[in-house]
Design a protein around this ligand. Structure first.
Ligand code: GRF
Length: 237
């Protein structure tokens, strides 16, 4: 997706680099607990996994995700948005680190800052996000709470490309979970989290393996739906 959009020169540099090191270079942007970061770290530990995390950036100096990155020996930078007078300056600092690390794909994983067109232009088509609902239902904050309040019987999670619309970019994969009697926001969020940890590494693997095509808003992956335990994936692995 990104190759068509990026400049020819950048695309050539990426091809040359990947001829030597075929793994996709991934950065993960975090603000908090980092369980999705951990799922990606664990996936990348498998020798055959086609991506590697080359940089973790946290905008929150106390985020537990930083400890996860450090424990895994992954390079981590804290770029605290409070240290910058404007969003533009903050995002320029992010872009500087990401381009310096020759990042191919940016994965937002609980990153609690809205990114402006300035940032999106730098990595257009190369940014993924994970959201704890079946988008376009329940965008924004507290998606499991919104699902409970609405009374839906099925919710889930979505990995999508990031564009200007909040939680609105093209969808890559979704997993569905039931809302069970007696669920609280915490129990529902935990059930969704388990599925997030499955589908985010899958999505990154597909991109790294060049299995993802796009047609306007639709993404196409050569994989059939899969049912696992209490959840439905589509596509599956
Ligand atoms: C996840 O529920 C994700 O969908 C949302 O933020 C949460 C991050 O959790 N964007 P963690 O920090 O990865 O544990």
């Amino acid at each position: 997706m990104g190759g068509r959009i990026r400049g020819e020169e950048h695309a050539r540099a990426l091809r040359d680099h990947r001829a030597v090191n075929p793994k996709l270079r991934v950065a993960v942007l975090v603000s908090g607990h980092g369980s999705n970061l951990q799922a990606l770290i664990d996936a990348c530990a498998a020798p055959q996994y086609p991506a590697e995390i080359v940089l973790v950036i946290s905008n929150v100096p106390t985020a537990y995700a930083i400890q996860r990155a450090t424990a895994a020996g992954v390079a981590v930078k804290v770029i605290d948005h409070h240290s910058f007078a404007t969003r533009e300056q903050f995002e320029t600092a992010l872009l500087h680190e990401l381009t310096g690390a020759r990042v191919d794909l940016v994965c937002l994983a609980g990153f609690m800052r809205v990114l402006s067109p300035i940032f999106l232009k730098g990595f257009r088509g190369q940014i993924l996000n994970i959201h704890p609902s079946l988008l376009p239902a329940f965008p924004g904050l507290h998606a499991p709470r919104q699902a409970l309040l609405h009374g839906v019987k099925i919710t889930g999670c979505t990995v999508h490309f990031v564009d200007e619309a909040t939680d609105g970019g093209p969808i890559l994969v979704q997993a569905a979970v039931p809302v069970l009697p007696g669920d609280t926001e915490a129990t529902l969020a935990d059930r969704i989290h388990l599925e997030e940890h499955r589908i985010y590494p899958m999505a990154v693997r597909w991109i790294a393996s060049r299995l993802v095509a796009t047609e306007g808003r639709r993404t196409i992956v050569e994989a059939k739906p899969a049912v696992s335990g209490l959840s439905l994936f589509n596509p599956g692995s």
